[in-house]
Design a protein around this ligand. Structure first.
Ligand SMILES: Cc1cc2nc3c(=O)[nH]c(=O)nc-3n(C[C@H](O)[C@H](O)[C@H](O)COP(=O)(O)O)c2cc1C
Length: 195
């Protein structure tokens, strides 16, 4: 394989595949939902979760008004929904109505969560900063929803029950229902590689 080097970032795709979530938001009487591939856990104590959202998104407008959002982890069987909410603008349509998205009430915030989610975080915004062309919103997780059967006793995702939505970029989604899982002992790997 030839290795290319460039000074510019170009299409900026090298970090895919990524677990893609759906962010829900509500302000006043208006609910909205969008796909987000740029998200990450930031801290365990207190529990903080960050999403990187362009200020052009209607979802951002709602979050900046309400100071809250929810992260919804959807199974791969909902990839069509992820693509639909990531390809349509809440300023123009009511995505919940148009795509017949079922929602549930949150425990501590007004923003709904998606019924199809195998896990969801209710977040209150603790920080909102502009980095380049996106805003990095850090939310404190104040309530967590999850389907017990979606996770193993080790708290890992139970791949026999649920396949996560993994986005490869360029409108491609991965099907990892036939994947192999390897459990690696860290100490054994250190000895194996150093010898
Ligand atoms: C798979 C996928 C991942 C996306 N990830 C992000 C993201 O991380 N941040 C972002 O600002 N937009 C992202 N988008 C684009 C938004 O979801 C899209 O612009 C959406 O229409 C915004 O909806 P809204 O205007 O109703 O908020 C993504 C789209 C797709 C399809």
């Amino acid at each position: 394989m030839t290795k290319e080097i460039s000074e510019g970032i170009g299409a900026f795709y090298h970090y895919y595949p990524r677990l893609t979530v759906v962010v829900t938001a509500r302000a006043g009487e208006r609910d909205n939902v969008m796909a987000v591939a740029w998200h990450m856990p930031v801290s365990k104590n207190p529990p903080l979760y960050a999403v990187s959202i362009s200020p052009k998104r209607f979802t951002y407008e709602l979050i900046s008004k309400s100071g809250e959002f929810a992260i919804n982890f959807l199974p791969a069987s909902e990839a069509e929904l992820v693509a639909a909410v990531g390809g349509s603008q809440g300023k123009e349509i009511d995505k919940f109505g148009m795509f017949k998205i079922l929602k549930d009430r949150s425990l501590k915030i007004a923003t709904p969560i998606l019924r199809a989610a195998y896990a969801a975080y209710e977040c209150k915004v603790v920080n909102d900063n502009l980095y380049g062309d996106h805003r990095l919103l850090v939310g404190e997780i104040i309530a967590v929803h999850w389907h017990e059967e979606a996770f193993t006793e080790n708290t890992t995702l139970n791949l026999e029950k649920v396949s996560p939505t993994l986005y490869l970029g360029s409108d491609q989604y991965l099907d990892i229902s036939e994947c192999t899982v390897r459990t690696l002992d860290r100490e054994a790997c250190i000895s194996y590689l150093k010898d």
